[in-house]
Design a protein around this ligand. Structure first.
Ligand code: SF4
Length: 394
């Protein structure tokens, strides 16, 4: 299922653990929206040769909810027209303190039908330490505002694996989460990302790593708690439940990344993949705005896709044609992160022969399960999936 990703790299304030590229950039916001409209126009033929039409649109960031529903709605409308998209899933990432009843309603009316919100914790002290912009009560209020506005597909994020999170508080967070009963839950282990405030705290000895066995205990508890409350895990960090119509509410947009469908990424640092070539935009907001508003820029000058290094548009940071080994490794990595696993019949047979010994070894260790032509990591080993996956790279 092909998708369109719109990157909004602006944040109201920066979270302790985050190293994503984003700016406060108040002075750039209007210019940025204009530049995005130009990029949409410039690249509107992206899907022409892929034989697919986009079925999901995802506004991520950063914090897209820093922008008005009118600005976001106009972008969405332009995207639908330019790419001839008839999406069945239109998602947006939001920050709880932006979600007033009126904002939620306007977002719904603008055409979004799925919201992903970073709750992260229901403990105020932890939210403060994470430098989040909201309290636990504001997070819950925002959720109810979304429901009252008619959103019937909501995803909430939680974080575990940081010091200060006791077993009791982790259970409390999961209990609060399940009481809200969102359709989808993502849970991420906190890691020390280079360039983040947390990395600086760690270097100064002000933060200590949580031992792996504690993180594993929290992850296992997460899996069990959500399973016993009606959620099914479908990827390392993602869980969903069925809606009243019996539809499993996974993220279709993210699932298409894992199955390697074509996608276009709009905005600085966003990646695109047309089935053969992967390209990425220059990460700088300033350069992006300059390029898409420069006098020589012309929205009719081409479909904007890199054909060669010499013809690389200035807003494109680079591109690569995926080679056999990249394709193999990516298929293994993305597939084994999902609970469904990888279909061996879809992998290059010669490369597969190179790692058959490793597959058999991991099967003997219980790290992999082979069922017919499929291999998957059992749920009790998903926590250590990175190590298992890297052993299968060619
Ligand atoms: S976690 Fe999200 S809101 Fe926080 S700094 Fe990173 S991108 Fe911004």
């Amino acid at each position: 299922m092909a998708g369109i990703y719109v990157h909004i790299p602006f944040c109201g304030q920066f979270c302790t653990y985050c190293s994503f590229y984003s700016v406060k950039g108040r002075g750039y916001r209007e210019k940025y929206i204009a530049a995005l409209h130009n990029e949409i126009e410039y690249r509107k033929h992206f899907f022409k040769d892929t034989g697919v039409s986009p079925r999901t649109i995802y506004f991520g960031g950063g914090t897209p909810s820093l922008f008005s529903p009118v600005q976001l709605g106009e972008l969405l409308q332009h995207i639908k027209e330019a790419f001839n998209a008839q999406p069945h899933e239109v998602s947006i990432e939001v920050n709880p303190d932006d979600i007033t009843p009126q904002y939620a309603l306007q977002l719904r009316n603008a055409g979004f039908n799925r919201v992903s919100m970073g709750i992260q914790s229901f403990v105020d002290e932890h939210l403060k330490w994470m430098n989040r912009r909201h309290t636990a009560a504001e997070g819950e209020r925002a959720y109810h505002n979304l429901r009252e506005a008619g959103f019937s597909n909501i995803s909430l994020d939680l974080i575990f694996g940081y010091s200060g999170l006791t077993p009791h508080l982790w259970e409390y967070n999961l209990k609060k989460m399940v009481e809200l009963f969102p359709e989808h839950i993502s849970a991420y282990q906190m890691s020390i990302e280079p360039g983040s405030a947390l990395a600086r705290m760690y270097e100064k000895g002000e933060y200590h790593l949580v031992p792996d066995e504690i993180c594993l205990r929290e992850y296992t508890f997460l899996q069990e708690y959500l399973a016993s409350n009606g959620y099914t895990q479908y990827e390392v960090s993602n869980f969903a439940r069925c809606n009243p119509a019996g539809e499993f509410m996974k993220s279709h947009h993210n699932s298409s990344y894992w199955t390697k469908e074509p996608y276009i990424g709009l905005g600085p640092a966003a990646h695109s993949f047309n089935g053969a070539i992967r390209s990425w935009n220059n990460p700088s907001v300033a350069k992006y705005c300059r390029y898409y508003s420069s006098p020589e820029f012309s929205p009719i000058s081409g479909c904007g896709e890199p054909e060669s290094a010499a013809k690389l548009p200035a807003a494109v940071g680079g591109f690569e044609e995926l080679q056999g080994r990249d394709i193999f490794n990516e298929s293994v990595m993305l597939g084994l992160r999902t609970v469904a696993g990888v279909d061996l019949g879809r992998l290059n047979p010669l490369m597969l022969d190179e790692v058959r010994g490793e597959i058999e070894r991991h099967c003997r260790l219980g790290n992999l399960v082979q069922e017919g032509d499929k291999i998957r990591i059992p749920s009790c080993r998903l926590f250590v999936s990175d190590g298992i996956i890297s052993d299968l790279f060619v």
